[in-house]
Design a binder for this molecule. Structure first.
Ligand SMILES: [Zn+2]
Length: 260
């Protein structure tokens, strides 16, 4: 019915914040069709045929050219991402981003575009969050941690080329992990100082994940950049790491900062 370019154009308008009504009026496409595309985009033969060259496949396996963007996207993928095969071949990468942080959605889109410049990126609306989605044959080449089942039920370890990228861009990797499964919160308390009640704030960073392997990748990278951390709030389902020391929080603020 509609070609890919038309579908992408309509979805781009919606992603820019336009209402379904106004996009429907402008494009002449029914709202229900647009809503359907938001849930599922079918790759067309054109998309399948025009796969961009993959830095991991051909002709000689190499590194992604924008390695800082890759380190950030690796953090996002390990935190809130998944790769799923499409029935027509190829794979979808999906990164879940909360609605509450629009800038993070932009950062995620930009990172995917930098890692796979020739593949399109879509933002699909979900309940309370969006899924930033990109279709490519090569996501498993770029994220060999892909596998059946949940991430915390299988071993997650980086390939040597991935570790080399993380070593070169540790803060991008940390930022990706915090942007997906982490947060910066401020606790506060008051104290009497010279008869006057003063408010003291204690900013902290938390990272929570159900995979002990991913937690270790996070803490190993914190060690590498000199950020002190400690385990906190362990539950059966997930484990957390907190960064609370003043100098370490300052380092995190300089390189990561709060989500927005
Ligand atoms: Zn590939």
């Amino acid at each position: 019915m509609y070609d890919l370019r038309t579908r992408e154009h309509a979805l781009t308008l919606v992603a820019q914040g336009r209402s379904l009504n106004s996009v429907s009026k402008q494009t002449g496409i029914s709202r229900s069709a647009i809503r359907e595309w938001q849930i599922r985009i079918e790759p067309t033969p054109r998309m399948l045929g025009q796969a961009a060259p993959c830095p991991r496949c051909l002709p000689v396996p190499g590194l992604p050219t924008d390695s800082a963007a890759y380190a950030y996207l690796l953090g996002l993928y390990l935190g809130d991402g998944c790769i799923s095969p499409h029935r027509h071949g190829g794979y979808y990468l999906r990164i879940a981003c909360a609605d509450a942080w629009p800038r993070l959605i932009d950062l995620c889109r930009t990172a995917i575009s930098s890692v796979r410049p020739e593949d399109s990126v879509h933002v699909l609306q979900r309940q309370g969050c969006v899924a930033v989605t990109s279709y490519s044959r090569h996501w498993p080449c770029l994220f060999p941690q892909h596998g059946p089942g949940k991430k915390h039920e299988r071993t997650i370890s980086l390939r040597s080329w991935q570790q080399a990228i993380v070593d070169a861009h540790p803060w991008d990797f940390i930022r990706g992990l915090i942007h997906s499964d982490g947060c910066r919160i401020t606790n506060w308390t008051t104290r009497l100082v010279g008869g006057e009640r003063k408010r003291y704030e204690y900013p902290r960073y938390f990272f929570t994940n159900t995979s002990v392997d991913i937690l270790r990748l996070f803490t190993d990278t914190l060690d590498a950049v000199g950020v002190e951390w400690k385990p906190s709030r362990q539950s059966r389902a997930a484990q957390s790491v907190s960064v609370a020391k003043r100098a370490s929080v300052a380092l995190m603020d300089a390189h990561v900062g709060p989500k927005h």
